[in-house]
Write a protein that binds this ligand. Sequence first.
Ligand code: 1HN
Length: 354
Amino acid sequence: MTTAQQAAGSAEAERRAYYDRIRPLNLTPLWESLHALVPREPQTPCVAALWRYDEIRPLLMESADLITAEEAVRRVLVLENPAIPGRSSITQSLYAGLQLIMPGEVAPSHRHVQSALRFIVDGKGAYTTVGGERTTMYPGDFIITPSWAWHDHGNEGIAGASEPVVWLDGLDIPMLRFFDAGFAENDDARMQQVARPEGHSLARFGHNMVPVRHDHVSPTSPIFNYPYARSRDALAQLQRQESPDAWLGHKLRYVNPLTGGSPMPTIATNLQLLPAGFAGRTHRATDGAVYSVVEGHGTAEIGGERFAFGPRDTFVVPSWAPLRLEATAETVLFSFSDRPVQQAMGVLREAFLD
Ligand code: 1HN
């Protein structure tokens, strides 16, 4: 060993001894962790992953034999990012799960400060009641439960149909946990009293008009069901009328009609159409995103790894991972992310590559 090596070794030993002495006082040296705390670019622990609905559906149905919706409160299989198991998180900031409600079941009324979205994946005949208004849920509908709004779900069937209904839940649970700002309570009644007719909020706010003398702007959209039929029509018309964006295809974001911002303060949502044969360019953004495939088939290349997708599959794109989308058949994708929070903080970055 050279003299220089000996000197470095004893300096290191001195430092370790010093760290040992300050640890009991709850002190730690920044210079040992500075680079990890302030990375040159995002260093997410999360990985890309895809959940195949064909594989999950039988397991979801099996869960109905194990527990009722009422006993479970919410019968959900949580989609966990494989790199951070045990945290009920699909990204660092977002929760996702697939919820099942069988014919005749009720998921009892409660409320919490976490905001929730439902994206209907499979089956019809279920409803959700949010703040006293009920809406029937159809595949592809995007539905909101605002922070602190009472909500219960049920499945009474419709038009002779009586079938299991499955939706993708997206919540800002990890964000609320981060802030230690969570509150929740159960309702006295199992189901809410319905206070307004079905379709009321869509009639008032869903046609590029708002009621005169309605001056209460809340951070959550007053529309709580954005029906698939309408969003899908818009995409179909755009496809006939303009060429697709080279990175995103035809992509629309859902808006709160009173603000033009995202429907929920913490979560942005989008619906995009990729024409058959679409071969997109690569893009990335600091908001990791969760995708639910509504229609079509294709490939998501995420950080160089290829995931083949089909209807009802879910996949997650980690923060800053390069994403390239291809569609073999005409494809419709729903997606959500924490974009509004990053925008409020002024830290959102995205790059369109290739
Ligand atoms: C919740 O209230 C629902 O209301 C779904 O359907 C998933 C996950 C964690 C906490 C509350 C729902 C949830 C949840």
